[in-house]
Ligand binder design. Structure first.
Ligand code: ATP
Ligand code: MG
Length: 426
């Protein structure tokens, strides 16, 4: 019987996992600069957590969510995105309490699940690295969040990024725009896609995000939300834009961008790349925005929030040519079977001192062991044979200069770093 991984999932193998670790480590370093700390929430939650926040009519909830009934009859879902679970945890753990610094800043990284048609950069199990900041309504925080997104992506060496922003305003702005949009779209009702016919009743804003070609044509001449912002919302957006300019972030405003999840308001943004790996057009690598009503929606106190999520698989497409070296300090060659145990003992001693060490476990001849050492790019090869066992020394060779010295086991056991540094000229 041959088993295969589920459609839309991937095995991340050694050789690739190094790049994942590099991405995760780099992200942690950059988040630390901005004083974000890690939060880890469950991979599944009550399905309600997602449907109440992303919205019943969003694609994520209506089509893509993995829902299941557990043995206790509860309606659960694998998380399709990170924000809702983090907000649930924020409320449940009372992270709004006076003992916590504000804004309360957290980041997460891990798998998300969406039942989608798999293609390049689109999987059913994919990974996001994201941030959330709670408790401040300052437009400067919107700008800082976008600056963090920039630092993160440029930290990975991403170039030619496009920053697209828009404002969805406050509830009052949304209400005014909602009416204007319905007035505009109603005459096109019969032409809209079936999904959008339903959205027109339930959530007309979603139609702006439609993937249907004809819907997109109709939407082109729709009113702009920016014309319906209240004075407060306009001010918030203007201050955000001014701060972005001060930070040297080149942005474009796209008033038709609404994002796929219902919980956003005020500033929303996407960072795109038109790298050749994406085959021509622009692809969104990272997206986010402000979501001031979300904590309340899940039963918590009124709390402003802003965040983003980056798609790690999409980032990986950009980085795919990158080679992450893993260094081998020493390979220990045992000339004959009598030296094997001494080789293992020495390997263990060197590892205790922090060195990366390998040796043969396949009973290979000395010549084949030297080949393995070369293939693994070992900086040093340490040879132990009959003579070395008698003298209680080992022959240590610098593989790039071929210089070789005999070193007592006692020295290797206790001050290997000195021995290696001297021989490698470091
Ligand atoms: P799209 O329009 O491409 O479906 P989205 O609006 O559904 O994206 P978000 O919910 O904003 O995506 O998620 C943020 C980021 O997560 C996306 O910009 C993308 O990089 C990544 N992402 C989303 N869905 C997937 C997926 N199925 N596979 C891989 N990455 C994904
Ligand atoms: Mg999507």
């Amino acid at each position: 019987m041959n088993y295969q991984r589920p459609k839309g999932t991937a095995d991340i193998l050694p050789g690739q996992s190094e790049l994942w670790q590099y991405v995760e480590d780099t992200a942690r370093q950059i988040f630390d600069r901005y004083r974000y700390r890690e939060i880890r929430t469950p991979i599944f939650e009550s399905a309600d957590v997602f449907s109440r926040t992303s919205g019943e009519t969003s694609d994520v909830v209506s089509k893509e969510m993995y829902v299941f009934e557990d043995k206790g009859g509860r309606n659960m879902a694998l998380r399709p995105e990170g924000t809702a679970g983090v907000v649930r945890a924020y409320n449940e753990n009372k992270l709004y309490g006076p003992e916590f610094a504000k804004p309360y800043k957290v980041y997460y990284m891990g798998p998300m699940f969406r039942y989608e048609r798999p293609q390049s950069g689109r999987q059913r199990q994919f990974h996001q690295i994201g941030v959330e900041a709670f408790g401040s309504n300052s437009p400067l925080l919107d700008a800082e969040t976008i600056a963090l997104a920039r630092d993160l992506l440029t930290g990975f060496g991403a170039k030619n990024l496009k920053f697209v922003i828009n404002s969805l305003g406050d509830p009052e702005s949304r209400k005014a725009f909602h009416q204007a949009l319905v007035n505009y779209l109603t005459p096109f009702k019969d032409e809209l896609s079936d999904d959008s016919k339903i959205r027109l009743e339930k959530n007309p804003l979603r139609i702006l995000d439609s993937k249907d070609r004809h819907d997109q044509e109709i939407v082109k001449n729709a009113p702009s939300i920016l014309d319906y912002l209240t004075d407060d919302a306009t001010e918030h957006f203007n201050q955000t834009k001014a701060a972005l300019t001060a930070l040297g972030i080149d942005y474009v405003v796209d008033s038709t961008m609404v994002r796929g999840l219902d919980y956003y308001n005020h500033t929303i943004f996407e960072v795109m790349s038109n790298d050749k790996v994406f085959g021509g057009g622009y692809t969104t690598i990272l997206a986010g925005g402000r979501y001031n009503g979300l904590a309340e929606e899940l039963g918590g106190p009124e709390t402003p929030g802003v965040g983003f999520a980056m798609g790690v698989e999409r980032l990986m497409l950009l980085l795919q040519d990158r080679v992450v070296e893993n260094e081998l300090t020493a390979y220990i060659v045992a000339i004959d079977s009598a030296a094997q145990t001494a080789a293992l003992r020495l390997a263990t001693k060197l590892r205790e001192q922090g060195a990366t060490v390998d040796m043969d476990f396949m009973n290979r001849k000395a010549k084949a062991q030297f080949k393995s050492a070369n293939k693994a790019n070992a900086k040093l090869v340490i040879t132990i044979g009959e003579k070395e066992l008698t003298n209680q020394t080992a022959a240590v060779k610098n593989m790039s200069t071929s210089e070789q010295v005999d070193v007592p086991f006692a020295d290797l056991d206790t001050k290997f770093a000195d021995v290696a540094a001297k021989l490698l000229g470091e």
